[in-house]
Design a binder for this molecule. Sequence first.
Ligand SMILES: Cc1cc2nc3c(=O)[nH]c(=O)nc-3n(C[C@H](O)[C@H](O)[C@H](O)COP(=O)(O)OP(=O)(O)OC[C@H]3O[C@@H](n4cnc5c(N)ncnc54)[C@H](O)[C@@H]3O)c2cc1C
Length: 301
Amino acid sequence: MTEDDSTVDLAAVREKYRAERDKRTTGRRYRPARGDLARYAADPHAEPFERAPLTDTVDVAIVGGGIGGLLAGARLRESGAVETIRIFDPAADVGGTWYWNRFPGLRCDVESYIYMPLLEELGTVPTEKYATGAEISAHCQAIAREYDLYRDACLQTTVTGIAWDDSAGCWTIATDRGDRVRARFVCLAIGSLHRPKLPDLPGIDTFRGHSFHTSRWDFAYTGGDSSGGLVGLRGKRVAVIGTGATGVQVIPHLADWAEHLYVFQRTPPRSAPAATAPPTRTGPRAWNPAGSSAGWTTSTC
Ligand SMILES: Cc1cc2nc3c(=O)[nH]c(=O)nc-3n(C[C@H](O)[C@H](O)[C@H](O)COP(=O)(O)OP(=O)(O)OC[C@H]3O[C@@H](n4cnc5c(N)ncnc54)[C@H](O)[C@@H]3O)c2cc1C
């Protein structure tokens, strides 16, 4: 291909895209992390605990404690229209995606000034252009504290049913802990990317090596933390399946520590250096005056 468009073989390019699309959309693809594979969805970050089932009434029930649920809760608090807000989530803390994902190298891949919500409200500026997962997770927790969303939260609790009770004029929310909570309003903020997607590969349920999904990183096995230091992989042969945004972030850390790293790539992505840097008054671009004056988040977006 040259700069002259007339020399581009469009038919060949279209065929290439069609072939790559077909790899993603045809045949066996994913298996849910249930049954024999349920361990891939288990929470490696939480200690089990018991509590008695709840049967009380709240003004608003929010299903999901990720950024969506937190924003809904924060704005409801600001409105002053409701008193009791209850977030339900199977995670042991708020953050959703940023609770579940802690893999080494995790960062947001849009500018943190745009991505992270309620920065001005909390009086904070992200420390880097592409904030780490740990920083975003801590910010989510700060939102929950600032807006008093922990007070009535039910964490490590999955909503299993929501039914409208016509005579009482409210919803009844059922959970896997036997709760029967009533609420006048229900807000669904369950996201979609918190679920581990498993490739439907022959042998995935009988593989005898150690394996886990990046959204449930097993630091007890690898050692280290979300900034790296995977000392447990010394001398090990490691394979990573996938080179999407997660693969691109995690692979350099695996390569640092494993004795041998195999990378399996189906569809090559485009990636570029992140060029992350602490924000300054003017920021990396003239239009990005992070933290410089009241209203900076609005003008940045
Ligand atoms: C690794 C990774 C990196 C990402 N990076 C970016 C990025 O840089 N920029 C960007 O724009 N987006 C990014 N995303 C997308 C990210 O998911 C969204 O930006 C955002 O965090 C989604 O928030 P959410 O609240 O809608 O959903 P989630 O974060 O998915 O939260 C939903 C919550 O609902 C809970 N839930 C689900 N079912 C139930 C139930 N039955 N009962 C109770 N709770 C339930 C889940 O446990 C989860 O905690 C990324 C996603 C991943 C996985």
